[in-house]
Structure formats: C-alpha cells, structure tokens
Write a protein that binds this ligand. Structure first.
Ligand SMILES: [Zn+2]
Length: 484
C-alpha cells in the first residue's frame, strides 16, 4: 500500500514538474515582435496648421447635411492646400466625397489608399468647455467636433502632402486619398461609391489605412509603454428585432403569470445572463502575442500560457466593458416598446438588441445563438434593417507590406510604443473597400489617454496641438516609407 502512495506521489510530482517546465519554456520563448527602428528628427511642421484645422471644425458638416455644406469644406481645402489641388487629380463623388490621386512614377506598383471622413456626429446639448463648432485653440488643445473623429485625419494628410510638394517630393508609388462625407450614416453615398469607382477601374491598393484605433498611454495594467493598436479587423454590426405578439390581451386586474411585457423582460434577462462565448484566438490571440512579451514577468507567464490560464484571463477581461468588447460578441438591448395604457395587457411588445459581432462569427450565427438563449418560440427574432450592418471582415495579415510599413513608421514617430494588431470595436468606412483590397488597417496616429477617448462622439472632443503636429509628421513619413 505504501508503495502505491509513493507511486501516486511520484506521478503527481512529475506532472507538476512537467507543467512548470512547459510554462517556463513557453515564457522564455515568448519573444518580442517589435521592430527596432531609429526615431527620426522631429521636423518643424508647416505654420498655421492648427488654425486651418480650426477653420474646418467651424463648418458643422453633420452626417446627413446637404451637399452645399460639404461644398464649403471642399472650397476650404482648395484655399488651404493649393499645391495639392494643382498636383493631384481630384474626383467628386456621391454629392460630397472627394477622391485624390497623386500619380507615382512607377505605374506598375499597386497604389496606397488613405481614408478619412468629412462628416461629424451632432454635439450634445450639455455645455462644452468651448462651443463644439467654435474650433477654439486654448490650453494647448484644439477643441471641437471632428478634432478626433475625423477631420484631423483629412487635414493632417493634406498638410503632409502640401508640405512634401513644397519639398519637391515625387512619389514612386501612386497615392490615393478617399474622403467620404457620410461615414457616420453608413457611408452609402460616399465610401461605397468610391469603392465601386475603384473596382470598376480595377484599381487594387497594396494597402489601405483608415481610422479606427489610436496609440493609447496606460492602456493596460502592466504595460508601461504606449500601446499603438493597429486594427487589422473590426467587429460586425447588426440590430435584431425581438417581436412578441399575442392574440389575447385582457384587463390588467386579472393578469396571467407572464404578461407580454414580462415575457420580453425575461428574454432580455436571459440574453444578459448568457453572454456570447469569449475567445482569445484569432486577432485577440495575436494581440496578446505582440503585447505580452513587453510586459512584466507575471503577465508574461500568463499571456505566454493562455492554454492554461485562459479561464482566469477571460474572467478578468470580462469585468471591463472595453476589454470585454474585444474578446466576445456583445448584445445590448437599446429600444423597447409595448402597451397602450397602464391598465390594459399589451398584445405586442417589441425590443431591439444591438449586436457587435466578433470576427469568426456572423449575423446568422449570432441570430441562432440569441434564439437558443431566449428559448421562447413566441418571440420572433429578425434582422431590424437588412441594409444596415454587416458581418465582420476577415482579419488582414501582419506579414503584409502595409502592416510592416505601419510598424516601422510608428516606431519612427512614436519611439518606444508597442505595436500590436487588434480588433476595432467601431465600424468604419473601410468595409466598403474590401472588394479591392485585402490589406486594410485602422490606425489614427494620435497618442491619447483613455480619458481623451471619451470626447469621441461625446463632450469636449479635442486634440492637443502636439498630437496634431505629430500626426502631420506621421503621414509625411508614412508616405515616404510606402511610396518611395
Ligand atoms: Zn469616424
């Protein structure tokens, strides 16, 4: 008997030893994926750049505004960037969108395409520190709607090119710029038409850069360096209608145990209690492969051994709404309606659930999941608007020319930042270009805090003047690196 226990102890001890060896081995071989590049000189950016962006913010080009508003922005661009308009070819598409072409000398090279959008969301009625369309420059910042989403992209790209033309730079590779005017309302007249325009001429960009992610300081506990998350994919988007119709109503004085309102509330509660399964695979796994080696030893052990620690990691990430959004599909009830009077049992109740779909899942698979979780045949689940939303795109490669050139440029302009592929929780114009390019990346070259991000679509949107100048330098360097 004693020898049996000894054997058992030995097996246990050897298994534990094997586990420690595997965990240690994986931690040691969990090596950095960052590239070493020399930071470049911080050249002085063109004078008056922030004033020009301020003038753009003073034109309230709200999503859905008529084309004359976008015509004003077009005129402003012509006024600010005369060299760009004389050297580049320009097409006006869809009643407000702009497509520029800077022809390269080597016509055999695929072009590069940079995206931005001219429209903005409305400003909240709560008071801002400075009025949202004043474009005030104060306290080291430029304040206003569009400072982070997304006029700063367009104006800084134009500043960079105007600057480069002044330096007599001539690209080897052709550069396209596509500025949509209805990104905030799905890009149907802007980006979609530009995508079709490019496709009909068989123009196939080598890579595309759009908004959708930033460099963030103190992004993660245990990561000292700023995190430059380059989104290689984005979540899909769909809204489902949950409809419950009963044939018998009645008086509220003699209710059944479950009224239509109660049944719908129960269905929504089941969705809350049964979140979509979390995944640390795919792009999320890649993200940890890039970030993990740059962290302290404890985090490195956990992230190098996700096969062992994933339950702990998932439960920790699920606590934070932003982290939760990149590890699973999320479902948020956003609208509910039903009933006609306080003392009448309603016949119909309708709820809307907005679903953000993680790459790997689809609209159809998320619908099937919700139907299974609700488990009530009297509640019909259907797509609220089939023309609104879409499946998530396949992730773009980190081996491509586009990703590598971005990683190099980020290293040059944001020395010490950790670059990692990521999933954007937002929904961008870039989806309208999938048919012409498989290498699509989303990154706005701004170094922000998590606090700054609240200004996007929120109150007190602002960009620091330092950030804006760096942004201009970034685009100039990106064009040099990719179009030479
Ligand atoms: Zn945007």
């Amino acid at each position: 008997m004693r020898s049996f226990f000894r054997l058992l102890f030995r097996i246990f001890f050897l298994s534990l030893l094997a586990l420690v060896v595997i965990v240690a081995g994986r931690t040691i071989t969990f090596s950095s994926r960052q590239v070493q590049v020399e930071p470049i000189a911080q050249d002085t950016t063109p004078m008056g750049a922030s004033e020009r962006l301020s003038a753009a913010i003073q034109i309230p080009s709200l999503a859905g505004a008529d084309s004359s508003v976008f015509g004003k922005l077009d005129s402003l661009l012509q006024l600010h960037f005369p060299n760009v308009f004389s050297q580049l070819q320009v097409e006006r598409i869809g009643g407000g969108s702009l497509l520029f072409k800077w022809p390269g000398k080597q016509t055999k090279l695929n072009p590069v395409l940079l995206l931005g959008h001219l429209d903005v969301v409305p400003a909240d009625s709560v008071p801002w520190r400075y009025p949202p369309f004043s474009g005030t420059i104060a306290e080291g910042f430029l304040w206003g709607r569009g400072a982070l989403d997304d006029k700063m992209s367009i104006w800084s790209i134009m500043e960079a090119i105007e600057w480069m033309i002044g330096e007599e730079y001539y690209p080897e590779r052709t550069l396209y710029l596509a500025f949509g005017h209805d990104e905030e309302s799905q890009g149907k007249n802007g980006a979609r038409q530009i995508g079709q325009w490019l496709e009909s001429r068989d123009i196939r960009p080598e890579f595309i850069l759009d908004e959708g992610s930033f460099a963030i300081s103190h992004a993660l506990e245990g990561l000292e360096a700023p995190l430059a998350a380059v989104a290689v994919t984005e979540k899909g988007f769909v809204s489902f209608t949950l409809q419950l119709d009963r044939t018998e109503g009645g008086h509220a004085s003699m209710p059944p145990s479950f009224t239509a309102v109660g049944a719908m509330a129960f269905a929504l509660e089941r969705i809350r209690q049964n979140p979509f399964p979390a995944s640390l695979r795919g792009t999320t796994g890649q993200f940890f492969d890039y970030v993990g080696p740059e962290m302290g030893v404890l985090n490195r052990i956990v992230l190098a051994n996700r096969w062992l620690f994933s339950p702990v990691l998932i439960s920790k990430l699920s606590e934070d709404p932003a982290a939760n959004a990149i590890i699973r599909t999320t479902a948020a009830p956003t609208l509910i309606e039903g009933g006609i009077r306080d003392n009448v049992l309603p016949l119909s109740v309708k709820a809307t659930v907005n679903v953000r779909i993680l790459p790997g899942e689809t609209i159809a698979s998320t619908q099937a999941y919700l139907e299974k979780v609700i488990d009530d045949p009297s509640i019909k689940v259907s797509i609220a608007d089939s023309d609104y939303g879409g499946d998530p795109p396949a992730p773009s490669s980190v081996e491509s020319f586009g990703f590598q050139v971005l990683q190099k440029t980020i290293g040059e302009i944001f020395p010490g930042a950790v670059v990692a592929p990521s999933v954007s929780a937002g929904y961008t114009d870039s989806r309208h270009y999938r048919q012409v390019c498989e290498h699509i990346y989303r990154f706005s070259p701004l170094l922000l805090s998590l606090e700054d991000l609240k200004g996007m679509h929120g109150v007190n949107e602002r960009v620091s003047l330092e950030n804006y100048e760096r942004m201009i330098r970034f685009y100039r360097q990106l064009i040099r690196n990719s179009c030479q």
